[in-house]
Design a protein around this ligand. Structure first.
Ligand code: NDP
Length: 257
């Protein structure tokens, strides 16, 4: 029996609570074990996969699932606010799955376990955001001129720009063939150690404001939990590794944390 209508809406709501719980549980777990990829990559978490194909494959469901759901969606998916919001989500994941992996320079391999977790997360969240925006989120006429939408959209855009710019700074710290780490400088790194993570967090909170759905808010909170923890690990790692690490730099939220 196919779940649809109010039953499916209830399911999406439960999945949203599940996503927040998952993010919160990960944040607790990550106080004890660093997220096993990149600089904390380890064979303890399964075979090591090359970074580029691992990133492309694990992130691809977040692009394909919502696009597939939008293509099968009816009148809701065809409304302009829904098209634009689905477009924002798809633009982010087109970059993350198709462009970001090609730009990685000498990235550390990804353990199989981390790859599978990321893949499952992208299927889960791709379904959650895609189904909500293509079938259930209904906006009043004039939503595109509403301050909520406009502020959220600007937040999404600025967040994505900060995320891409910060990842660009990190990539260019290495010369071809180098695999070590240096102190990142410039852009939002002058304020926080996790500038790329700050950008991504801002992006999804902006998206949540523009969408005003429980599903998008759950995703923003989950991102805050997971990337906030990773930024904290990186910050501590930098402080231990570099004596001259800038003392005033915060962890992930400029001037605050
Ligand atoms: P990191 O900052 O850990 O690494 C990004 C890249 O830069 C890696 O290739 C890394 O190399 C390199 N790098 C990082 N720091 C340095 C340094 N100090 N010196 C030289 N090279 C460095 O980011 P993640 O890999 O965790 O994330 C990548 C992107 O994916 C980010 O934009 C992030 O926001 C996004 N992301 C989103 C998630 C979500 O829940 N929405 C979850 C996870 C990531 P190496 O691999 O060798 O460490």
């Amino acid at each position: 029996r196919r779940v649809s209508g109010p039953e499916e809406q209830r399911l999406l709501e439960l999945l949203s609570y599940g996503l927040v719980a998952l993010g919160a549980a990960s944040a607790v777990l990550l106080c004890f074990i660093p997220m096993p990829y990149g600089r904390y990559s380890s064979r303890r978490f399964g075979w090591l996969l090359p970074a580029r194909p691992a990133w492309a494959l694990q992130e691809l469901p977040s692009l394909l699932v919502p696009l597939g759901l939008a293509a099968c969606g009816g009148a809701v998916a065809a409304a302009w606010p829904n098209r634009l919001l689905l477009g924002c989500f798809a633009v982010h994941y087109a970059h993350r799955a198709l462009i970001f992996p090609l730009l990685i320079r000498e990235g550390k391999p990804t353990p199989f376990f981390t790859f599978v977790l990321a893949l499952l997360f992208c299927v889960y969240n791709g379904y959650l955001q895609g189904r909500s925006l293509s079938n259930y989120a209904k906006y009043p006429s004039g939503w595109l001129k509403d301050p909520c939408f406009i502020t959220g959209f600007i937040g999404w855009l600025m967040g994505m720009a900060i995320n891409i710019h910060s990842d660009h700074i990190l990539r260019n710290l290495r010369k071809p063939g180098e695999t070590g780490y240096k102190i990142p400088r410039g852009g939002m790194f002058e304020y926080v150690s996790g500038a790329n993570f700050f950008g991504e967090i801002l992006e999804w909170f902006g998206f949540a404001l523009a969408c005003c759905t429980i599903e998008s808010l759950a995703f923003a909170l989950c991102t805050l939990f997971i990337l906030g923890s990773r930024a904290k690990q990186h910050h501590q790692w930098y402080l231990e590794k570099f004596e001259d690490y800038p003392k005033g730099r915060k962890i992930v939220i400029p001037f605050v944390y």
